[in-house]
Design a protein around this ligand. Sequence first.
Ligand SMILES: Cc1ncc(COP(=O)(O)O)c(C=O)c1O
Length: 502
Amino acid sequence: MILAQMASVLVALFALSSSADAFAVHRTELSSSSSSSSSSSSSSSSSRLRSTIESSSIDASTTIADVGHVTTKLVPPSKLAHHATSELFDTRVQKTYGRYPITFVSGSGSTLTDDTGKVYLDFVSGIATCALGHNNPELTKAVCDQMGRVHHVSNLYYTPQQGQLANWLCENSCADKAFFCNSGAEANEAAIKLARRHANNRGITDPVIITAEQSFHGRTLATVTATAQPKYHKGFTYGGEMVAGFRYTPYNDLDALRALVDEINVTPPEHASVGRKRGLAAIMLEPLQGEGGIKPGTREYFALARELADANGALLICDEVQVGMGRSGSLWGHEQLDVKPDVFTSAKALGGGVPIGAMMAAKSVSDTFGPGDHASTYGGNPLACAAGLAVAEYLSEHDVLSNVRARGEQLAVGLADIAGRYPTVLGETRGWGLLRGVVIKDDAGCTAAELVGDAMKEGLLLVAAGPSVVRFVPPLVVEESEVAEALVRFERAIATRVGTTP
Ligand SMILES: Cc1ncc(COP(=O)(O)O)c(C=O)c1O
């Protein structure tokens, strides 16, 4: 009975594929996954499922409506857990990520444990997200307690946690008010919309947002357009264009920024003649480019961006999604550059791994949105905000920023030493606090991704930042002995790669 229902659900899903070919691919994958399974029960239930599907008279062009069947009894998730995890991913998860062949099942502090029991030092921390490491008792308790009280009600109502987190963020930054969402991309999307509305309010019909080459701002259509890296645009254009209203400029290049602002300020005559007005809405920058290769901004560049934004009634937006919430050694990356943005965005570490994002606005623009202008169902719900408050409290009470600065210095010195010992492989080391990168030289004979794989064999998790930088982003609470051990493992990985002993 259950198998028959599984089959009908699968048939309905397969029917969403537009061609018989796609159906054939699904069927082949299912078939090969069952034959490669090591568990006999898994193999027999897969083959029973396969034969049920193959004997079905419904073909690939059948739509859900044609099936004419309402599922009355669901297959419980536990019944699906008989496959190896990677096999389930191969058949059931869209391949938007290239994954390393490790399945993690638990974590503690700066370590993660895989399903074979191997323990890794985690210098990825969910890509700069698990600020307090794994299984932090305070974060766990806050989330569990909140779950037991109330975890979601809708932004139609007030909840204390959202107000408290907004207040903490504002009291510890140049911002006046928060808008909560669920991710970095959404926070940036909100910032982009705010900048456009702010420009529209000033009579600009064609608001332009400047972003920097090699930036990364997210994967929604607007934020991936803001992301000035053509590789992320491929296949997502309309008539060759991404979202209108974005212009790109080389990061840290003062003259190019000045010239671009001058150009934007002149509305093309064919647009001016029909009443359109082009103008600068915002300059949107990461204080340190993370995905773009761990490149810190310069004070001069950000001072100029501030000056140009002011001179044009536009906004300076800082994307603090990766560098913010303490990772740079100060709470916000823009503090390293001695600049105050009108808007900044946060996510990743904000909830310590519980999804939450925030778009923070200074007083001059914090009332740009009114009711109905922007929204998010989950944004700032009590569960996510309880996590954010636990992170905020931990950072405040344990002087985590001092740890970030000390451990960051230790990491920087250690990486520079290793780079000095392997000058044919490693180049410049750069970054702030616990957001560090080491450049892999062009003629090193390996890529950053390959070195990350080498380090993984040594029990150290790292992540590439672009093709030629290996990134170190441990939890902000990482200990001195863990940084020392990570450096030993990284050197061992390099030594193995070049065929020497460290
Ligand atoms: C600087 C920056 N902005 C935005 C994002 C997008 O964040 P999310 O993946 O949470 O949407 C990222 C993600 O890496 C990022 O590094």
